[in-house]
Design a protein around this ligand. Sequence first.
Ligand code: IVH
Length: 701
Amino acid sequence: MFLRHTHYAILNEKASGQVLMEELDKVKEGIEQLKTQINRHNYRYYVLDNPEISDAEYDELMRELKQLEEQYPQLLTLDSPTQRVGAAPAAAFGVVEHTLPLLSLGNAFSRDDLLAWYTRTSRLLAGEKFSLTCEHKIDGLAVALTYINGQLTTGATRGDGFRGENITQNLRTIRSIPLSVAAEAPPHFEVRGEVFLPKAGFNKLNQERETEGLPLFANPRNAAAGSVRQLDPRITAKRQLDIYIYALGYAEGKTTPTSHWETMEYLKSLGFKINPNNRLVSDIDQVEEYYRTWTERRANLPYEADGIVAKVDSLTLQDKLGNVGHEPRWAIAYKFPATQGTTRLKEIRVSVGRTGTLNPYAVLEPVSVGGVTIKQAALHNEDDIRRKDIREGDWVYLQRAGEVIPEIIGPIVSRRTGQEKEFSLRDKLPKNDKGQPVCPECGAKVIKPEGEVMYYCSNAACPAQLQQNLEHFASRGAMDIRGIGESMSALLLEKGLVKNFADLYYLGKGDILKLDRMAEKSADNLLSAIGKSKKRPLARVIYALGIRHIGEQMAQLLADHFSSIDELMDATEEDLIGIPGIGYEIAESIIAFFRQEDNKRIILRLKDAGVVPKTEPAEPEELLLAGQEFVITGRLAAFSREEAEEKVKALGGTAKDNVTRNTNYLVVGTDPGGSKLTRAQALGTKQINEEEFLMLLGVTG
Ligand code: IVH
């Protein structure tokens, strides 16, 4: 912030030379401060594998520094962190001099950045047409692998780009790295790639560390770096590391392909692991499409990716473009919006959940993560908070994934001041006159069932529980009643119009009109939404009841076994446990729910209102291509385009003119259209030829 101000002050006061000198001194001081800060974070990140700030915050610091150095080139010095790729290698490993330096990548943080890069590249290539490859930017660490006469001889980290650490012994433990390659490979070559720890391995590793009382890794990249830089390769070997190769450094003694895409195919043929999600595209729109697709889908990837990398495909053009410093002009990393951040945990509060659970949650110093401001985070339960050693007042790592409630990964112990307070749920709760902890919402006694980690409010009519019950009942996956969310539930309960969810079906228009801001039309809409919900299938109704431990899938399982609520109510523990997938805990929870008189009454009231769900009849015999979308390009030999489309439709599929994310197959005939092909490539749509198409139609020749 200070720097930005100084910077503007200079622009405003350029008139006076004296002022300019003084201000320049200030900028210099600011630059020095930034460098010290970045160097420290660099050291923590690259050498200790234990960062204090998130990548996004680090990127922001670097960006500020880069910007100032660009603005004031006279202040740029060689020791600036912008002038080197990584940090110095740790002393304990041998040093490897890289034959060719390992480059870094320039970053694009917005669409504008990406387009600016593309425009510049096109200009430098004087309008020459060029293809691009799109790849995931995997969050791991870069390594260079040298093969001589078919044998892996050296594996090294990037280090500072010129000299890295010799970690051959550790890399040899990674199963996806071939120890030897086929005889037709060049006699001397080097490949480069990203070593990473898949999410599953990362979670497992952190679980183990938790049981052993060791500090957790903040993300898979630190875990991968920490694993590869173990002095004892046996430890590395246990860590389930993996690699994707993304470049051929150099090759001697054999001609190799002249484009990046073909090089990858070539390396694949030599036995190297190449990311199957790589794509070859023909223009920048398709790069954007690739980015959009993976921004949405990346949560489902088995590894962590923090962006995409776009590369000019032709190696001749890559050479023509060259590098600026350590960054090639022919490639750019387009970063995904951040999902991790750090902030201060101000306080831990307790709320009452749907089933009466007392849930601790974190109140945070608001922080923006990937464009969303986060003020609160989930904290599961007291045991979990203790295990992770999260204290009030701590600086914490935060993780946001899609729409789910942000989570706290762990504390940044090195930022503690000694003022932090350990958490005790009991201490947080209000007390009755006997000094016993009570529910913060209704003042009823609090219980902690034997063997459970959660505390509960003992009052089934606790208003906080009722409201959440109502909200849950009306929610999307349950009865899906539009118009009944948080505020409407609270209002209905507050005005005494409903006492439980069954009462919803007995509301009259007059009742609803009594509520503030409810006009005739909205009242009608609400009533119609409630009316429609009477038709929901059994699985949804079971889920909507809010029985402890019964999520959507479990509800479906129950609906598959019982044909009505009555049957489920009559089920004995034995009946329930007889169903594969249902254990004692769930069976007991169901029995306990239906044993309660209140719940029996509510279900009776639901039935009287006409909520009599049944298991949905099984689908009529599935058509061969039901739900499958096809696009056809080019000519087919067996029939005309129209005939082909008719066949698809007759088998329950759909035929469209354009490839979209919903397309399941692109059928490629002779003389196919280029745009459909490239789009399918960008989206990763499956392409099939006529023969395969005929097989799908069940027409075998
Ligand atoms: S290309 C000049 N491709 O990102 C080419 N790098 O910030 C440099 N990375 O050091 C590398 N996935 O560790 C390339 N598909 C990919 C990548 C990738 C991850 C890493 C790599 C590199 C860093 C640059």
